[in-house]
Each structure stands twice: as structure tokens, then as C-alpha cells.
Design a protein around this ligand. Structure first.
Ligand code: AHR
Length: 519
């Protein structure tokens, strides 16, 4: 354990941070401008992504009704309870690359009659199709989330997509609605979000921007929502990282659109990966890796700004949302895990990765109105790991839990001059912070101390507050992880602070994430 963090942890344990580990006089002034509220932080930036990939759905969510693992209609109860607690706003499904090879008819009807197909993208395994449309809709309803369905543009047809939407959403007694009723669901399903393809520049068909736009017009026309009780937002495929080709082409097409089609969003995919294939270790890494990954993740700021600027040229009123529907750390796979299953551990560093990205999305709340971390269970930067009947929550899960008060809260501007954290050639902001006011009028702060060697003494000024209450996520080491044997190594601890005079001191442990409400 690095000594400064050991000291900080002792202070947490003793319920006091007063003997700060930062140098004397090193306090950092934070000002909140509560009189100048910003945009609403759309709860959909806390969305999840669940692809047919490895153990993400099979075992991670679906165990089948006959399983000894406690379940409701085949969906594991422990995972549902954990996801309900973080108030998941929406789940994107069935992919990912899988979506552009998925044929929805394989996943309806009696489960024992469904065909075995292949999953060529992810390990070439058999796809049993036991988790299909009804199982997914049951799952999102159990966790209280909206459905974000990605239709197959790469290898499907407009007719297949149109039929799926009719099957899902029509209240009228059509042949497809009768099939839906015969399969157990007479009422139409709500589909809040529709992805029109996935990574059409890559695994979704290797299309040029103009080729994709030709497909987009057709699919956006025919994949209709018939459920008037649930408006549906259509999300077009957008950029791969910093390439603005898709952003330009889709936004230009939208600006010149006719009455016959429309979209409400454009997606951005960007992983924190440094270089392909992903080689950065998920645990057992040193400070240089720690700083390199945090630097890479902060690049999200420039990506969002770049694409927002392009979008502003065509859509200054910001009608079209930028939806970062795949993001997160993509690290070296867990040694011994099956090829193509994308299993990786999740450390305190990844908790900081999550917090920093959520802060970026919140600061761009006027344009970024959706995001989906990849992926929900057992895959990439997951919330949850399962091993048969066991379940463990990751450090990233805890960040999502701590950030619940920011869902649909109103951004409040802050000013902070915290200086930098340096590691070798890398220089990063030392502390990152967002503030927001919830619908009950309460002010919330989320503070990330990026520096793994120094605590940060924040002094809040400019707001009349007497105390702060909340939680802090600190860990013995920045690469600490939770395991099935030791599930609570990284877990939030209570955090309180009292004002003295008109200043509120907030002592942030090294490499920590803290969320507090102000009273
Ligand atoms: O999340 C894993 C994969 O990453 C998705 O299937 C694909 O869309 C992206 O390249």
C-alpha cells in the first residue's frame, strides 16, 4: 500500500480527515455558482449495454427457470436486485456487433424449439437463442429500465426490422401481434430507444458514411413504433472515436431530410484502450499504467467536444442527442478466460475511469443525452461479475450507485483550481468535480481525486452550507479489486464534513471518488 493512502484510510476509519495528507496550506478552493443552473443531466447517460457476448447474458442474467440459482422466469434475482439499486435507465441489446447478425425470429416461441445459431464475433460459440425478445423485455421490466433495441442493418433487411417493431409495439390484432400474444404477451411492449445498426463503419457492414446514410433513410422510415404510450427515439450510427466522417454525413442528411424519415440521436463509440489489441493489465499494474489509462479516458472530453461542434453546425438547437452508447475501459483479458469473451477485472482505477467519463457527459448535458457503459455483467468494464450462484459488485458498480442522485438533476457550474497530478511525462488535472441540483432542490457534488499519492483538501466557498453528507470510494491500492472471495475490498464508506466559518473542508483521499449532498 502506498503510504499516503494508508494514512488517508486510517483517517477514514477514524471518521476524521483533519490531519490532511496534502502539504500544509495546500487547500483547493471550490466555488459553486448555484445561481446559474445549466442543462438537465439526462438519466440516460447512466445506461447499460448487454450483448450476446461471453457470459454477459447467459449466466450473467439468464439462468433459466429450472436453475437452482434463485430466479424469476429464468432471470437471476441477485443481478436484478443489484441493477434495480443503481436505477438503470435503459439497457442496450442485443449488441454490439452481435446485433448486425441477429435475426429476431430465432429468439421467440417455445424455447426448446428455438434454433441453435452461431455467434461468430464472440468466440464462435453456439447461440442457443433462449434469451430472446420476450426474455429481454421481461428483464428490463424487472429492473425498471427502458428497452434500447439495436436493429440488424448489416445482414438483415428493412422488412425484418419493420416486422420486429410491429411485433413488439402494435396494439392492433395483426398477425405479428397475435404471434406476440401466443408467445405470452398480448399487450404491446414499450421501446424507448432504437439503434439503427451498430458500428456500420466496422463490424456492422464496413460502410462508408454515404453508404450508411442510404441505409439509415430506409430503416428510419420503416422501423416504426406503433405504441403511442411510449415515444421512441431513433439513434443513428455515428463516429468511431475522433473520425467525424459519420457525424458529418448523418447530420447533413438529417438537416436535408424529407418528411419521410427522422432520427433523434447519433451514437459515438469510444473505448479507453490506448492501443489495439488491448494489453493494459486490469490488475497488478503500476502508477505509469494508472496515469496512462486516466489520460486516455480523459480524451472523451475532446471527442465529445469535437462531435458536438460538428453537430452544432447542422443542429444549433441541439435537437439531436449525442449518445455515447459504447464506452469504458477495454483491458487485457483475464488470463485463462475463454477467447472472445472479453472478461477483465475491474479495479479502483476503473471506478475513476467511470466517474471521469460520467462527469464529462454531465458537463455536456445539453448535447450528450445518453450513454451506455460496456458492458453490464461479466464483460469489459462490468458492473457485476457472476460465477454460478455467486455475484460480486465491481468498483464501477459503486460509482454508478453513488451517482444515482445525478440522474435528471440540473448541472450547476463549478470553479476549481486544483493544479495538476504528474506522473512521468503525463500531466492530468488533480481533481475533477461536477455539481448538480436534484428535483427536491438538494445540491450534490461528485469529486474525483486523480492523484494516487496526495490527498486533496478542498475548501468549498460561495455556497451557504453547514455540512456535507455522502460516501467515498477509496481502496487499499489503485489496482485493488473485488473478488468472489473478498467482495468488499473496494466499497463506499460514509463521508461527512462540517463547515467552519463560511468554509466547508472536504478531504479527498488519494485516487478516490466522493459524492456528497450539501446541507
Ligand atoms: O463491446 C464489445 C464490442 O465493441 C461491440 O460488440 C462492438 O460494437 C464494439 O466494437
Amino acid at each position: 500500500m502506498y503510504p499516503s493512502l494508508l494514512r488517508a484510510l486510517l483517517f477514514v476509519a477514524l471518521g476524521s480527515f483533519t490531519a490532511a495528507t496534502a502539504a500544509e496550506g495546500d487547500s483547493i478552493r471550490l466555488t459553486i455558482d448555484a445561481a446559474r443552473p445549466g442543462a438537465r443531466i439526462d438519466r440516460n447517460i447512466f445506461g447499460q449495454f448487454a450483448e450476446h457476448l461471453g457470459r454477459g447474458l447467459y449466466e450473467g442474467v439468464w439462468v433459466g427457470p429450472e436453475s437452482k440459482i434463485p430466479n424469476t422466469r429464468g432471470i437471476r434475482n441477485d443481478v436484478v436486485a443489484a441493477l434495480k439499486a443503481i436505477k438503470v435507465p435503459n439497457v442496450r441489446w442485443p449488441g454490439g456487433c452481435f446485433a448486425d447478425e441477429y435475426h429476431w425470429r430465432n429468439g421467440i416461441g417455445p424455447r426448446d424449439k428455438r434454433p441453435a445459431t452461431l455467434n461468430p464475433n464472440w468466440g464462435g460459440v453456439i447461440e442457443p437463442n433462449t434469451f430472446g425478445t420476450h426474455e429481454f423485455m421481461d428483464f428490463v421490466q424487472q429492473i425498471g429500465a427502458d428497452a434500447y433495441i439495436s436493429i440488424n442493418v448489416g445482414s438483415g433487411t428493412p422488412a425484418e426490422a419493420a416486422d420486429w417493431l410491429e411485433y413488439l409495439t402494435t396494439p392492433q390484432p395483426t398477425e405479428l401481434a397475435k404471434q406476440r400474444a401466443a408467445n405470452g404477451h398480448p399487450a404491446p411492449y414499450p421501446v424507448a430507444l432504437l439503434g439503427i445498426g451498430n458500428e456500420s463503419w466496422g463490424c456492422g457492414g464496413s460502410m462508408t458514411p454515404d453508404e450508411y446514410v442510404n441505409h439509415l433513410r430506409v430503416y428510419a422510415r420503416y422501423a416504426r413504433n406503433y405504441n403511442t404510450a411510449q415515444p421512441m427515439r431513433r439513434i443513428a450510427v455515428g463516429p468511431d472515436g475522433g473520425d467525424t466522417g459519420y457525424t458529418e454525413a448523418v447530420m447533413k442528411a438529417w438537416k436535408n431530410k424529407t418528411w419521410a424519415w427522422d432520427i433523434e440521436g447519433i451514437s459515438l463509440h469510444s473505448y479507453t484502450v490506448v492501443k489495439w489489441p488491448p494489453a493494459f493489465k486490469a490488475t497488478g499494474f503500476g502508477e505509469s499504467d494508472y496515469a496512462t489509462i486516466l489520460k486516455a479516458t480523459l480524451n472523451m472530453e475532446s471527442l465529445v467536444s469535437t462531435h458536438s461542434a460538428v453537430m452544432d453546425q447542422y443542429d444549433p438547437q441541439k435537437k439531436i442527442a449525442l449518445v455515447v452508447d459504447e464506452w469504458g475501459a477495454w483491458l487485457a483479458a483475464t488470463p485463462g478466460s475463454p477467447e472472445g469473451f472479453l472478461e477483465q477485472q475491474n479495479s479502483q482505477r476503473d471506478a475513476l475511469v467511470a466517474a471521469l467519463n460520467l462527469n464529462i457527459f454531465a458537463r455536456h448535458a445539453d448535447r450528450v443525452r445518453g450513454a451506455n457503459i460496456a458492458q453490464m455483467v461479466n464483460v469489459l468494464q462490468a458492473m457485476i461479475f457472476t460465477k454460478q450462484e455467486k455475484m460480486v459488485l465491481t468498483p464501477t458498480y459503486h460509482v454508478f450507485h453513488m451517482y444515482v442522485p445525478f440522474q435528471d438533476a440540473t448541472l450547476v457550474p463549478v470553479e476549481l483550481a486544483a493544479g495538476t497530478y504528474k506522473s512521468g511525462e503525463i500531466e492530468l488535472p488533480r481533481v475533477d468535480v461536477i455539481a448538480a441540483r436534484d428535483s427536491a432542490g438538494k445540491l450534490w457534488l461528485a469529486l474525483t481525486n486523480l492523484d494516487p499519492n496526495r490527498a486533496a483538501d478542498i475548501e468549498l466557498a460561495g455556497a451557504r452550507v453547514s455540512r456535507a453528507n455522502g460516501q467515498t470510494l477509496v481502496a487499499p491500492k489503485f489496482d485493488s479489486v473485488n473478488t468472489f472471495e473478498a467482495p468488499d475490498v473496494v466499497a463506499p464508506k460514509p463521508f461527512t464534513a462540517k463547515a467552519s466559518g463560511n468554509k466547508l473542508p472536504l478531504k479527498l483521499a488519494p485516487a478516490s471518488v466522493t459524492v456528497v449532498s450539501l446541507e
